[in-house]
Design a protein around this ligand. Sequence first.
Ligand code: 3HC
Ligand code: NAI
Length: 709
Amino acid sequence: MASGLNSQVVKSELRASVLVVTIANPPVNALGMDVRRGLIEAIAAAETDAAVAAVLIVGAGRNFIAGADIREFGKTPQPPSLPEVCLAIENCRKPVVAAIQGAALGGGLEVALSAHYRLAVASARLGLPEVALGLLPGSGGTQRAPRLIGAKAALDLMLSGRHAGAREALALGLIDRLGEGADALPEGLAYAQELVAAKAPVRRTRDAQALADAETSRAALEAARADTARKSRGLFSPMKIIEAVEGALTLPFDEGMALERKLFLQCIASPQRAGLIHAFFAEREVLKAPETKAAKPRALESAGIVGGGTMGAGIAVAMLDAGLPVTMIERDEPSLARGRSHVEKVYDGLIKKGRMTPEAKAAVMARFSGSTSYDALAQVDIVVEAVFEEMSVKKAVFAELDRVCKPGAVLATNTSYLDIDEIAASVSRPGDVVGLHFFSPANIMKLLEIVVPAKVSADVVATGFELAKKLKKTPVRAGVCDGFIGNRILAVYRQAADHMMEDGASPYQIDEAVRNFGYPMGPFQVSDLAGGDIGWATRKRKAAARKPGDPKVRYVQVADRICERGWFGQKTQRGYYLYPEGARTGQPDPEVLAIIDAERQRAGIKPRSFTEEEIMRRYMAAMINEGANVVHQRIALRPLDVDVTFLYGYGFPRHRGGPMQYADSVGLPKVLADIREFAKEDPLFWQPSPLLVELVERGADFASLNQSE
Ligand code: 3HC
Ligand code: NAI
């Protein structure tokens, strides 16, 4: 009797003549082995039980099914496979209905596509996001979706990975009915009973006819191919998706399925899949800091910002966008007016692009206020300081905050490099002081380093994570040191790039190598974008802080020579590149090459040639080695925290998973051997990280250190 059949994660219950099959595999009903088995058994039972007239598949909890169990990829596959499950559903001789709430993603949507009828309620999100994991829909999605909704719409879903809402899904033909209630079970049950009463036939998606117009389908395919070749630089799975859909256009269903399988397994084997899935889990793991487990966040209903420059204005916009009221403090009225206009400029830009109405701007700006008096911050829950990068200025600001802010207010600094322990020690309430290091432009960049000084309370750190959630940013916990996780590592591989430049590679060659690796920009382009003056000021500050006995590290002076000419990058139309007429893409500058030549001569260096491969080997070795130091010194909790920092703050190519995951994919012994080889020329710069050495000795990798604390 079908109604008696139950597994831990798939439960069947006969309601009138409908067998309700509920997938209950928290948190998101992923299609792990037990679920696949349970589904096969439930369908088989429905076939043989005369009391069953139709089957209804639903998900318990908020979601239908979030897809295949991502944790199983890369492990030995356990039968039954998901394509087999989908085939069993589609082949069922009794009508099968899928009723969707929440996520029906990837394999989850493929299960629904194998059902004969589909209903979704308003909360439903349908999509084939496998591309984001370096995969393609591997359970018939590439064959069934085009047959159901046409090549163009199916390719769009598969190549973008985006989620469609229930209403759009209905318009696309992905579902048959929109349920009016919020709960998919009663809606689906009513639909199934209606189908039974109407003696609705079994209707298989494989027989759907949306590809009937061959010319339109072919045109959609070719357009997607051209677009993908242009956009998805070096990515493996998008072209495989197109190949699979071409199979749907040209092959009988079963042969198309075989092609899809072959291409899916190629994607599974690709290092890009490993990198992207690492990124998926890493960006969720970073949320699990010790403090977020130990403490509840404090109230977060209003915010203050001190300083309305580049960062302060961007942070204000991020806060306003999250619905918080914001009070900005500046040192005088003209600066405050400037700060306010920086904020308004962002919204005016959106209005110009048609992405915001003037009324919406007015509503947002109604939550913004400014003052030159700190007293205006007396009632705010959190203050973020973003004034000049000067310890004395920061301390003066914190003294004011200490004076006016209510007890329990979180006092945060956006400093890039300064010692936050020292700032905390200067106030009477060090437990309330935390670093919140935003990245420029702060309303756009997704990374937020949450810098944890020695004396901070756990609930203040937890509030930082809560703020990141409100601002839709990705938080990474970092310890206090010069540059925290990101800028500290950046300083090291940036030097490696400078060394290569002085030794014979041109900045243009280095930028190109870095772009070909998958970055949107090379390091010299980034300098030009950020403004060379910022780095120049930091170098001068560090030079002034040097003590006589400090080791004499190699120092490349090219950047100083360029800055001395007032060439600060894009904003001055000249830096490492030329930007005629304010162009955003630079052109190589022969005068910069001449400066580099002169510097080589001054330093007595005979230039040599570099291959792209050597450039990347050195660039990455420097990044990985300092990443290992940062983990070793507990500035980053785990290697994955370094990875997420670079994915979200520094444009590291996501398909490589982050520098530490990349190191694992190369092999740590090889990285260490490279560093030891480079150390023969410059032992001071290339000192192998003790952690890297230890891992190689143990035969371990960075991934082994990634378990949650
Ligand atoms: N497999 C395994 N675990 C998964 C998972 C999956 N498909 N989807 C989510 N999880 C886990 C997360 O890792 C997280 O675990 P944690 O609590 O231990 O950190 C937990 O479920 C909750 O996930 P979120 O924090 O992301 O929850 P949200 O409510 O914010 O989002 C979601 C839910 C929209 C479903 C989101 O988790 C998501 O996008 N999941 C991935 C969807 C996806 O990519 N599906 C395709 C898989 S590949 C596939 O199906 C191949 C097939 O074609 C053969
Ligand atoms: P900025 O120079 O653009 O802005 C600083 C603002 O602070 C100015 O508007 C100034 O009037 C105001 N200010 C100075 N002293 C003040 C005081 N005592 N009271 C009130 N306001 C005061 O500087 P930017 O770039 O916004 O940097 C601010 C902070 O953010 C620095 O600590 C910097 O290191 C950090 N940061 C900068 C990033 C960047 O890319 N620019 C990125 C991340 C952090």
